[in-house]
Design a protein around this ligand. Structure first.
Ligand SMILES: [Zn+2]
Length: 132
């Protein structure tokens, strides 16, 4: 381990590491509000005592958008679907993978995964349909 790691983004990178290894978590304040790293205070009430809690295994797609004409940063990934999934305490935005775009629907049960953007080579949050 080195000391030269900058603080910026470290929280979310760590979170992606955890999610990639099947250990996705969220942060919970004493009032029960959920959020994702990087956070130092609860976005709902400003509490600073945030505890790591295990993320539920599956979430439900609440809303999604299919992008056919993407911004340049994602042009090699198009068309693709971006969804907001409800995991109970937290809502997470991610790219839907492993399913035909036409088959995506609100209420679809998904698990969280980490994939790599074909355009930027950066890791992104992905949702895969949960096994029924
Ligand atoms: Zn709170």
């Amino acid at each position: 381990m080195t000391d030269d790691e900058t603080v910026q983004d470290a929280g979310f990178d760590d979170w992606l590491d955890a999610a990639e290894n099947g250990g996705a978590y969220y942060l919970e304040c004493p009032e029960g509000h959920g959020s994702l790293p990087p956070r130092r205070v609860c976005p709902d009430c400003g509490a600073t005592e945030l505890a790591e809690r295990e993320l539920p295994d599956t979430g439900e797609i609440e809303t999604f958008t299919v992008t056919h004409v993407p911004t340049p940063a994602f042009e090699d990934d198009a068309p693709y679907a971006t969804a907001i999934a409800n995991f109970g305490p937290v809502r997470i935005t991610g790219q839907v993978v492993g399913i035909d775009l036409e088959a995506i629907e609100n209420g679809l049960e998904v698990t969280i995964d980490v994939s790599v953007s074909e355009t930027t080579d950066e890791r992104v949050v992905a949702f895969e349909p949960a096994e029924q």
